[in-house]
Design a protein around this ligand. Sequence first.
Ligand code: PLP
Length: 347
Amino acid sequence: MQKTSISYIKHYALSLVIAGGFSFSSLPVLSSEGRLTVYCSVQNSTCEKVTKAFSEKYNIDTKYVRQSTGTILGKIKAEKSNPQADVWYGGTIEPHIQAAGENLLEKYRSPKQNEIQPQFEKLTNQWGDYTSIIYSMALAIGVNTTKLEQLKIDAPQCLADLIKPEYKNLIQYPDPRVSGTGYNFISTLIQLWGEEQAFEYLKKLHQNVFQYTKSGLATSHLATGEVAVDVSFIHSYAREKEKGAPVKTILACEGNGYTLGSVSIIKGARNLDAAKLFVNYALSAEAQEIHWQEADSYQFPTNINARSAPQVAEFHNIKYIDFDFNRFGSNTESQRLIKKWSDTIKN
Ligand code: PLP
């Protein structure tokens, strides 16, 4: 065993004793080379704060690369025979499930999964050998109220409103080929209306789309009024509003789509023990509160002991549609739908 591994184990054992929350019998037998590379699909600020906190806590040199969920999935596929990262942190769960189905993830069921809220138990039982749920996010419509007032247009209340002619060139939503949010949006439409109707709607919506963004996090165009309407997750709108932008969240009258944020270990990870430790950490209340306490990122945590951001308190109890993560987490289905979107809508 290398020196770094021994010093790391001592450090870890010491920190557990200091924390006083573990008995020696529950000490995980983990060693590490003292470094970790994370592919990160949450907000850049969260990637930065969480990897830094982890690095300092466990004395593991941790680097991250931030990219959208679909882009990271593509990277992991391309690097299959020579993985360049150990962990995939955050991003929508559907592509994590696809990666699991394609044998691109390392098997690891974290003991910290027993702190995930009970409503996610079924999914955790099913996919928890490969991926762990660390936050949830509700899909909504975001509007720039000033821009709409200037144009004398009423704010939409339903997804169906977005295809009305008055919104021509005023809308953006993320490109599902690269963005987990974009894929979650089209999956939501299919579940609300069936595939045929959803694609008819997307064709009409295309007439009103000003731009397809690369990420659900690209809400600054909405904040500045470059576009008047956006489709993404409510916490991004809450953040823009807090920064002073005239952005309002509208829960679509048809029902609320949602997704979950996940963390997984990449198959062939070179720093496997450090990767397991990172997954455990990402599941902890401590790490999940960093999102909103230090990084202005207001997705809902999943740890039963984690408090969520006051900025999204009003949305805490909204009712979600019954999302079929197995269907939309299937690699074949997602490739089919994304190709169909690409062929019939974008091109
Ligand atoms: N994770 C968080 C916390 C997010 O806010 C978002 C999008 O808003 C995503 C993941 C998905 O990001 P992307 O659309 O870039 O894949």
